[in-house]
Design a protein around this ligand. Structure first.
Ligand code: SF4
Length: 375
């Protein structure tokens, strides 16, 4: 075990590791300046359990058991009989000129099938397909991919099928939200595109690691969803180039975990000291440990991070709770009280606050004029 791995194990404590997935990677990349999330995710800490122990749980991405069952049944329907339905869809909606396709199941063979063995099998199968001559009609169900995040390799177990069409590998993402009259919930489509970008990048990285070109992976992802309110699947193509570029930028901006660990005490741990399945750690002691790692709260955290309640309470009455745009506009001003005092002229701005103070004073004047006009 390397020093970094040992430190991360101490930070996680006795709890089982929470692996990354495309959703957590997409959320991590959406807030690259947050050291707290970067550290906890690298260590595989159960952030939801930490938030619960601190009395501020926030549920993220949790589907009801009905929605979960519906999603699983839709995915099973699309992949049934060796992907026959999927193949029909791809021919019908995407114009895939393949009459038949081989179905390569990369799911675990049994309970002892280690993730590293599955990664090797996936690498072998996908590299072979990428370098084969011409179109290879093979679907790869649940391959294991790997991506470097903060200098650490993380496994991603995507719920996807990739297949080769022409000279490129394609990613197929199956989601259970409906496409009604050709339109779907934009937030859900954006989240699916962001997750798919993680898969595309991981596939590209896998191929580059074998000396192949990342261009062998298409940035056009095939999204399969139920049509209208039926169980009939429909496929659409989404271009994830924008999401890929943003993900790449954010991952580059992230600090390496090793340099982050160097700033923190060696004994730091988020261990909940569980006994008989119950957390026994003193919440105050846990809160002190959490506070040692800086966070970068913004309202978007509420939809993407289980610690949002904790970080929002910590950031109360500071400018970041008002959102990223306001934080950027009011650079150099930390608290809402300070912002109000600058706006109303009760505080003299420092050299670096003059520009923000002028904006605040102009906004305050406009507000006063609007209020007087309606009196
Ligand atoms: S909720 Fe807290 S830990 Fe999570 S991303 Fe936001 S600031 Fe970071």
């Amino acid at each position: 075990m390397t020093v970094v791995e040992h430190r991360l194990t101490v930070i996680r404590g006795a709890a089982p590791r929470r692996p990354h997935n495309a959703r957590t990677l997409a959320a991590l990349a959406a807030n690259p300046g947050c050291r707290r999330r970067a550290l906890m995710d690298a260590a595989g800490v159960d952030k939801g359990a930490v938030a619960s122990r601190l009395g501020m749980p926030v549920s993220i991405g949790q589907m009801s058991s009905i929605a979960l069952a519906r999603g699983m049944s839709f995915e099973a329907q699309v992949k049934a009989e060796g992907g026959a339905e999927l193949l029909r869809l791809l021919r019908e909606h995407i114009g895939l000129p393949i009459a038949q396709a081989h179905y390569h199941d990369l799911n675990p063979a049994d309970e002892d099938d280690r993730i590293t063995s599955r990664l090797r099998r996936s690498q072998h199968a996908l590299q072979e397909a990428a370098t084969a001559d011409g179109a290879v009609g093979t679907m790869f169900d649940h391959p294991i991919l790997q991506l470097k995040v903060n200098g650490l390799a993380v496994f991603i177990e995507p719920d996807l099928v990739a297949f080769k069409f022409g000279d490129r590998l394609r990613v197929v993402e199956i989601k259970s939200f409906p496409i009604v009259d050709g339109t779907a919930d934009p937030g859900k489509v954006a989240a699916a595109a962001q997750q798919s970008a993680v898969y595309v990048m991981a596939l590209q990285e896998m191929l580059r690691g074998s000396g192949l070109s990342g261009d062998l992976v298409s940035h056009d992802v095939i999204l399969v969803c139920p049509k209208d309110f039926t169980n009939q699947p429909v496929a659409v193509v989404i271009d994830v180039r924008k999401q890929l570029a943003s993900l790449r930028r954010q991952l580059i901006r992230m600090e390496s975990i090793e340099s982050l660990l160097n700033l923190l005490p060696e004994a730091l741990t988020f261990d909940l000291r569980e006994h008989d399945g119950q957390a026994t750690r003193d919440p105050e002691d846990l809160a002190n440990a959490v506070a040692q790692v800086s966070a970068r709260y913004s309202p978007e955290c509420l939809g993407s991070c289980e610690l949002a309640g904790v970080c929002r309470a910590e950031a109360a009455r500071t400018v970041p709770v008002l959102g990223r745009t306001v934080r950027e506009d009011l650079g150099g001003i930390d608290s809402i009280t300070e912002a109000v005092e600058l706006a109303t002229g009760r505080r003299v701005p420092g050299q670096e606050q003059r520009q923000a103070a002028a904006i605040l004073q102009a906004a305050y004047r406009m507000r006063q004029q609007a209020l007087e006009a309606v009196r």
